[in-house]
Design a protein around this ligand. Structure first.
Ligand code: NAG
Length: 357
């Protein structure tokens, strides 16, 4: 019986195994990258275009044998940047869908809240908190009316060791209770809260009674609006004017609850920045559609104002209808809490150069 030659078998297996691994690697690489970032399919079937720049030179030795390091390669993008970019793609898709739906419902002149059985939509259907806050989202303050949804409370209030600036919270419209401000002061031990309200004279009772934190709460009976007019009563300040007077370069959290005056007030504030990044990281605003000086009747009236917020770099990341208003007045729902993140400028919620903390 002839002796079998066995030695080629392991070698063949080794070669086949290597080929298999190589093939696998080339198959998997394209599909593991993000679908948002992969190049359009038609480009994948053609040879890549000639590079515009020569590839970066690697390090080399000169004649004098001095080592010259290669120029730094661009850093890979961070998880925060990729999350923000993906959020923005989704947000813009939602804006396009909104435009189509407004046309479907009858255009900008269509009523915001149709009569019973007249149509199957309400204004709120068109506005969704599509931008996901890239940090934990917590409800801050009392349950029910008064609490607000906040993006990255810790990130927004503990940045001072990294940014070298204080944590600043503004609150417009203090009204009768201050549970939100009180909790922000407890959670952000280094924060100062500045309240502005010309309709009341002081903070709500829970904050006045809380001596552990109320030395960091400051109240001003001012109106924040378009202009700086300090000779009138109540004194009127622009946002830039009050920030300059108090020595603030940035507001980490801006809460607004001014009973229907938010339409005119925000228009004035945003117009005064003329397209420059707004100086706050996030905005918690209660939107009152059917009372106060601006009674919203049509989709277009609201959409113009909302689009102005978006054009200024604000993106809704959370909402909660105010059901207390629905139940007490038996109408609506015309009042909603909305939380926005500012995606422009540089601040802890969107700055990936700050460490995790
Ligand atoms: C993330 O985006 C910011 C702003 O565009 C940019 O300055 C930064 O370099 C980016 N980070 C990385 C790691 O590429």
């Amino acid at each position: 019986m002839p002796r079998l030659t066995l030695w080629p078998i392991p070698l063949t297996l080794l070669i086949l195994g290597t080929l298999y691994l190589l093939a696998r690697q080339h198959d998997i690489l394209p599909s593991s990258s993000s679908p948002w970032l992969s190049s359009p399919p038609n480009q994948q079937h053609h040879p890549p275009p000639p590079p515009h720049h020569p590839p970066p030179p690697s390090g080399h030795h000169t004649n004098d044998d001095v080592y010259v390091p290669p120029p730094p390669l661009p850093l890979p993008d961070s998880r925060l940047n990729l999350t923000l970019a993906g959020n923005e793609l989704r947000y813009q898709a939602a804006v396009r869908e909104r435009r189509e739906l407004i046309e479907k419902f009858g255009g900008k002149g269509a009523v915001a809240f149709p009569d019973p059985y007249a149509a199957s939509y309400t204004l709120w259907d068109l506005y969704q908190p599509v931008f996901s806050c890239p940090w934990p989202v917590y409800r801050v303050g009392t349950m029910g009316d008064g609490g607000k949804w906040v993006c990255g409370l810790h990130r927004a209030t503990h940045h001072t060791p990294h940014t070298k600036r204080p944590c600043v919270v503004y609150s417009m419209g203090v009204e009768k209770q201050s549970s939100f401000e009180q909790e922000v002061l407890h959670q952000g031990e280094g924060c100062e809260v500045f309240g502005f309200d010309f309709s009341v004279r002081e903070w709500g009772p829970e904050l006045r009674a809380d001596t552990a934190v109320n030395s960091r709460a400051h109240f001003f009976p001012y109106k924040i609006g378009a202009t700086d007019r300090h000779d009138v009563t109540p004194k009127e300040y622009s946002l830039q004017g009050i920030m300059k007077e108090l020595g603030h370069e940035f507001i980490d959290i801006w809460k607004i609850d001014i009973e229907g005056s938010e339409f005119n007030a925000l228009r004035a504030v945003l117009e005064s920045f003329k397209g420059k990044p707004l100086p706050f990281g996030q905005m918690q605003i209660e939107i009152h559609l059917n009372f106060g000086p601006s009674y919203i009747k049509t989709i277009g009236q609201f959409d113009d104002w909302w689009t102005m917020l978006e054009d200024a770099g604000l993106r809704a990341f959370w909402t909660e209808l105010n059901l207390l208003d629905v139940n007490v007045i038996r109408r609506g729902p015309f009042v909603g809490e909305w939380s926005f993140i500012n995606i422009r400028g540089r601040h802890p919620l969107i700055d990936d150069s700050l460490p995790e903390y």
